[in-house]
Design a protein around this ligand. Structure first.
Ligand SMILES: NC(=O)c1ccc[n+]([C@@H]2O[C@H](COP(=O)([O-])OP(=O)(O)OC[C@H]3O[C@@H](n4cnc5c(N)ncnc54)[C@H](OP(=O)(O)O)[C@@H]3O)[C@@H](O)[C@H]2O)c1
Length: 198
């Protein structure tokens, strides 16, 4: 699969590296094109958009809203890992996942991975007990395709939360992540949803 990862920071590097290790044809989209970063070509945003059948948003929310909607992304699938803000100081009034979908009506936006540390995204086995990944998308086919990719990443407990209104819950977890990080002092944690049959 040809995949373009937007953002060369912590999340972009982790996810692009994992995708490359799985054999995908990966490029970065960046403000600063260069021959490569860790062996992955770094293209301009528009060149990366052209390359990718699938796209990954690894940008901060406001940057993603500035960069992605003007690009020709119709017909493509966009995995959104971003958040508008990590420290939520008031009610969450809008979400990045829903905002991207509204701005890109012909692109299938899939929200996932936004509430775990970059170090765990492609290496969930780093944690010693089972833990949960959420996924949401308006398009059921896109959701199913990304569930398969998450399984390739090593995720075993993937909980389908339905359409993108679930972003309101999923993006709220970024704030929880920050508090847990401050409390625990490291990034190796995640939540597990324990559900018994009733
Ligand atoms: N870090 C985590 O563990 C983690 C976990 C879950 C979710 N997230 C979410 O993932 C997203 C990326 O986080 P990150 O930690 O990877 O951030 P980061 O390390 O700061 O990387 C963000 C990338 O965005 C690009 N960028 C920076 N400023 C920009 C600007 N003004 N305009 C356009 N592009 C700009 C840069 O790439 P170029 O210089 O190549 O353009 C930069 O490398 C955020 O939305 C965050 O909430 C992060």
């Amino acid at each position: 699969m040809r995949i373009a990862v937007f953002g060369t920071g912590e999340v972009g590097s982790a996810v692009a590296g994992k995708l490359k290790s799985l054999g995908h044809d990966v490029v970065f989209g960046s403000r600063h094109p260069r021959p490569d970063q860790d062996g992955i070509p770094v293209l301009s945003h528009s060149e990366a958009a052209e390359h990718g059948e699938w796209l990954v948003n690894a940008l901060h929310g406001d940057d993603a809203m500035a960069i992605l909607p003007p690009l020709p992304l119709a017909g493509k699938l966009l995995i959104d890992i971003g958040n508008f803000q990590s420290v939520i100081t008031g009610p969450l009034t809008h979400t990045l996942g829903e905002s991207l979908q509204n701005a890109l009506p012909d692109t299938r936006v899939v929200k996932t991975l936004n509430f775990v540390s970059a170090q765990l995204m492609g290496a969930p086995e780093r944690l010693s007990a089972p833990h949960t990944m959420f996924i949401a998308a308006n398009d059921a086919g896109a959701r199913a395709a990304v569930i398969e990719l998450l399984q390739d990443f090593g995720w075993r407990d993937i909980l389908n939360l339905g359409d993108l209104t679930a972003c309101r819950a999923m993006e709220s977890l970024a704030s929880m992540w920050i508090r847990l990080y401050e409390t625990l002092g490291h990034v190796y944690f995640n939540i597990a949803i324990v559900r018994d049959p009733v």
